[in-house]
Ligand binder design. Structure first.
Ligand SMILES: [Fe+2]
Length: 373
């Protein structure tokens, strides 16, 4: 087949975003090896790749494409333990498609007879249920909103983080603008399209640290709690959606589902891009239990969160955020080991949003700073 038409996304006025690419409509189910290699290289260099015109991509083809980025794996990124997911903060977000359980149906509104799902009421995750101090109804009326939760897609217990996530937009709500309030004393705001997905670059976040912070980050690992999404189910987030408020609401160890010490996940704070060797600051700030620097755990949850927040907050400054303006048929493939992302916005029940999401727990951990040589 002809080679892919891949172009850099143009940064919006006022933006300093330095990543993102767009691929013209193409047959993703039948890419030859050369075309796939070009796509894979684009994902590792541009981090967020938008392929247009994919409304007809089947769940099976989306799964096969996602798997092509990491061919030895086939488990959904959060595993398939439904009981565990039901107990966690992810419960409302994920409905597996029966025939391809690695693909999740997400969105907003009532869906019937959809890819083997007889009926589902989808709900766009709302900061109202997750932030400690949510916006008032009057503020939401004015189309003010928040980032829901900055994260990487990963179970962070037992399984390795997925390499890529694919997100296919089948139905997209009307395009009205909303304004994200950071509400952290900075005065920062960001105008975004309704129901956008926001991305920032972990490489940029690392690059923009001071030399002292970079040195600290390179010597630091993040130990995540066992079953972290169950552990935090009663905790609430900062108004930026970047990490949690420390008020003692995490579940005690004996209130968690059974776990094995050896399956607790510790990951470097800096992950090295296998294609460019560029270091990226990569962490899930909501799920951290302790930072470990030079092999020594800090063993203080509030302090671990504070230190991590200080490192990560500059990374989500408004000019560094790419807020994708979804069109029906967009398939976004993102480098889950190179970006952080967040659901954004508040949808009304009449705002229909129907998406398919797929990612796969990898067979290998991310590369740590040791790969820098
Ligand atoms: Fe996600």
């Amino acid at each position: 087949m002809a080679s892919l038409d891949i172009r850099r996304l143009e940064a919006a006025p006022g933006s300093s975003v330095d990543f993102g690419a767009e691929v013209a409509a193409c047959d993703l189910a039948n890419l030859d090896d050369a075309a796939f290699d070009a796509l894979a290289a684009a994902v590792l260099t541009q981090h967020v790749v938008v392929v247009r015109g994919q409304s007809a991509l089947t769940p099976r083809a989306q799964y096969e494409l996602t798997r092509r980025f990491d061919p030895t794996v086939q488990t959904y990124g959060h595993g398939h333990d439904k009981e565990l997911l039901r107990k966690s903060v992810l419960v409302q977000d994920l409905i597996s498609l029966p025939e391809v359980p690695q693909v999740q149906l997400i969105g907003n509104g009532h869906v019937t007879d959809h890819e083997g799902v007889p009926e589902a009421s989808l709900r766009h995750p709302s900061h109202q249920t997750f932030h400690q101090r949510p916006l008032s109804a009057a503020q939401e009326e004015q189309d003010l909103t928040r980032f829901y939760r900055w994260h990487i897609d990963a179970a962070l217990y037992k399984l390795h983080p997925p390499k890529v996530t694919t997100l296919l937009a089948l139905e997209v709500p009307e395009n009205r603008q909303q304004t994200v309030l950071y509400d952290d004393g900075s005065g920062d705001t960001l105008s975004v399209p309704l129901g956008t997905t926001a991305f920032v670059s972990g490489a940029r976040a690392f690059r923009d640290l001071t030399p002292e912070q970079r040195d600290f980050a390179l010597r630091t690992s993040v130990r995540y709690a066992p079953h972290p999404y169950v552990w935090i189910k009663n905790a609430r987030a900062n108004p930026t959606g970047l990490g949690l408020v420390s008020e003692g609401k995490e579940l005690a160890r004996d209130a968690l589902p059974p776990f094995k010490e050896e399956e607790i996940v510790t990951l470097p704070l800096v992950w090295v891009n296998p294609h460019t060797r560029e270091p990226a600051l990569q962490a899930h700030p909501c799920c951290v239990e302790t930072l470990v620097t030079d092999g020594v755990p800090l063993d203080d949850l509030a302090e671990s969160r504070r230190v991590l927040h200080d490192l990560m907050r500059p990374g989500i400054a408004p000019d560094k955020v790419y807020a994708h303006a979804w069109q029906p048929g967009d398939l976004v493939i993102f480098n889950n080991r190179g970006v952080w992302h967040s659901v954004v916005g508040a949808l009304r029940s009449s705002d229909r949003r129907v998406y398919h999401q797929c990612n796969l727990a990898s067979s290998e951990p991310p590369l740590g700073p040791v790969a820098l040589g």
